[in-house]
Write a protein that binds this ligand. Structure first.
Ligand code: FAD
Length: 471
């Protein structure tokens, strides 16, 4: 589905081969040996066949590629890891950022410089080496910049907020091919838009983020049998009315696939899990979990002290490229009726793999002024993410149809907003507006009109350029 697309002209291969002579990176076209590696996304449910790919190595490479694409009348798409595939770049230049992975930590300033294609893992490793942590999400395998541009909600979110709220500055290549600095002091409108507004404003070649002094959290999972879903979820609802903001947690229904990658004790079975991370003393974390342990013993108890270098073990997301359906909505409540619907859809055979409700409200995210930057839905507390591991196109479409029905059944319990990082493909574009307040969306369109009036970065969030003299 093509929203806001223009006709792409035939590719002038010669000019793109010439670009190779003055960039450090690599220009790749169909038929070249590395073409398939360069276009492949982590989420195997999606693929694209761009007429030209630039594997950028420097900000200057990005700027040169953008300028040439503009001269040739082409749109521009950006990919770092392909965890958040939006629209295919079948008629656009694809700038692949995966070689731009330099990370530098300033221990004294408690900041990190992260190049535009880096995953979270090297940031986590370098930060932990000096006792600091970035606000990464459930897996260190996701791109740090892509995650941050959509907000970025991780296991420290209630205590320290969104990743987007912890950015000091971005280095950006604009639609004109200029390399700009965006911060509170320079190009502050662009800085405002990038914190939540996605990759629609330019290519981020690097960002400076703040880090926090945490090395070990009390974290993990309690696994209860799926038959206990109703009592665990209602008990969870009570728990989160009083859990301190040092705890970011979730409750999830998980249908573990019968595949070798899943540990024996989980394989092919369904569970209701309580998951989370507590930032504080291990004693206080243990005290908090008595609520569960003194109630009913879980089938498996994997909550305990966890060095953050092993943060991936909280969610155990797959690392190898996977074909998955991902969608999500903000819940208004976790009423008995909402819980019944989530259980009905979430545990049905041949339905979806994961239904996870993360509690991220009443903490650092909602404390930030709604107008401070583009990110929307600050008041929403409970985000439901639905994931269907679906190895074939047919299964992906079946999972998608099922997830849409699942969300329709919940409609009375939804805020109407979306967390855009938990959307992919067409849905990320179709529902972009629902990720923002009306005021912030108007401002985003006005900033888009200033920085990308011809919408050449049309493959990210769907923000039409629209001048607004009041924004
Ligand atoms: C297994 C898994 C776990 C996840 N866990 C979380 C989580 O805990 N919390 C959360 O908030 N999100 C989470 N996400 C969602 C993830 O943050 C988004 O999908 C994000 O868009 C991925 O960014 P990426 O760069 O890795 O992916 P890509 O597909 O490479 O990029 C996604 C989009 O980001 C933009 N982009 C990326 N890099 C740049 C750049 N340098 N310059 C300009 N634009 C850029 C582009 O518009 C691109 O289309 C998860 C996703 C997966 C698949």
């Amino acid at each position: 589905m093509a929203l806001l697309h223009k006709e792409a002209p035939a590719l002038a291969q010669g000019v793109w081969r010439t670009l190779q002579t003055h960039i450090q990176g690599t220009v790749i076209m169909p038929g070249d040996a590395d073409y398939d590696d360069a276009r492949m996304a982590w989420n195997l449910a999606f693929e694209h066949r761009p007429p030209v790919i630039v594997m950028a190595e420097t900000a200057n490479d990005v700027a040169e590629a953008v300028r040439l694409a503009r001269a040739e009348g082409m749109d521009i798409a950006v990919q770092a890891t392909g965890h958040g595939f939006t629209l295919p770049a079948n008629d656009a230049l694809l700038i692949n950022m995966s070689r731009m992975t330099h990370v530098e930590v300033d221990a004294a300033a408690q900041t990190a410089w992260v190049e535009g294609g880096s995953k979270w893992l090297p940031v986590l490793e370098k930060a932990q080496a000096v006792g600091l942590v970035p606000l990464l999400g459930s897996t260190p395998d996701v791109g740090a910049v892509g995650y941050t541009l959509g907000g970025g909600i991780g296991w420290l979110a209630r205590k320290y907020g969104l990743s987007a709220d912890s950015v000091n500055a971005f280095e950006v290549v604009t639609a004109q091919g200029d390399i700009l600095w965006a911060s509170e002091k320079e190009n502050s409108d662009l800085f405002w838009a990038l914190r939540g507004g996605g990759g629609s404003f330019g290519v981020i070649t690097g960002m400076e983020i703040r880090l926090y002094p945490v090395t070990t959290v009390y974290a993990g999972n309690l696994y209860y049998p799926a038959e206990m879903a109703k009592e665990v979820m209602t008990r969870y609802r009570e728990w989160i009315t009083s859990t301190p903001e040092e705890l970011t947690s979730s409750v999830l229904l998980m249908n573990y696939p019968p595949i070798p990658d899943v540990p024996d004790f989980l394989r092919g079975q369904s569970f209701v899990q309580v998951r989370g991370a507590y930032v504080g003393t291990m004693e206080a974390g243990e005290e908090l979990m008595k609520y569960w342990r003194e109630w009913k013993a879980p089938a498996f108890d994997m909550f305990g002290p966890l060095p953050l270098i092993r943060a991936a073990e909280i969610s155990n997301d797959p690392v190898d490229p996977t074909s998955a359906l991902v969608t999500g909505v903000w819940l208004k409540d976790l009423s008995d009726e909402a819980i019944d619907t989530i259980i009905r859809f979430g545990l049905a055979p041949n339905g979806v793999t994961i239904s996870e409700i993360r509690h991220v409200g009443d903490g650092a995210i909602s404390r930030v002024d709604k107008r401070a930057n583009a990110y929307g839905n600050r008041d929403a507390a409970l985000v439901l993410e639905i994931i269907g591991i679906s190895p074939t196109q047919e299964l992906w479409h079946a999972a998608n149809a099922y997830a849409q029905e699942y969300k329709r059944a919940l409609v009375g319990h939804l805020t109407g907003g979306v967390y855009i990082n938990f959307l992919e493909g067409d849905e990320r574009q179709e529902r972009t507006k629902d990720a923002f307040t009306a005021e912030n969306f108007r401002k985003l369109m006005a900033i888009k009109a200033r920085y990308d009036p011809e919408n050449v970065f049309s493959r990210s969030f769907n923000i039409p350029p629209r001048a607004d003299n009041n924004a």
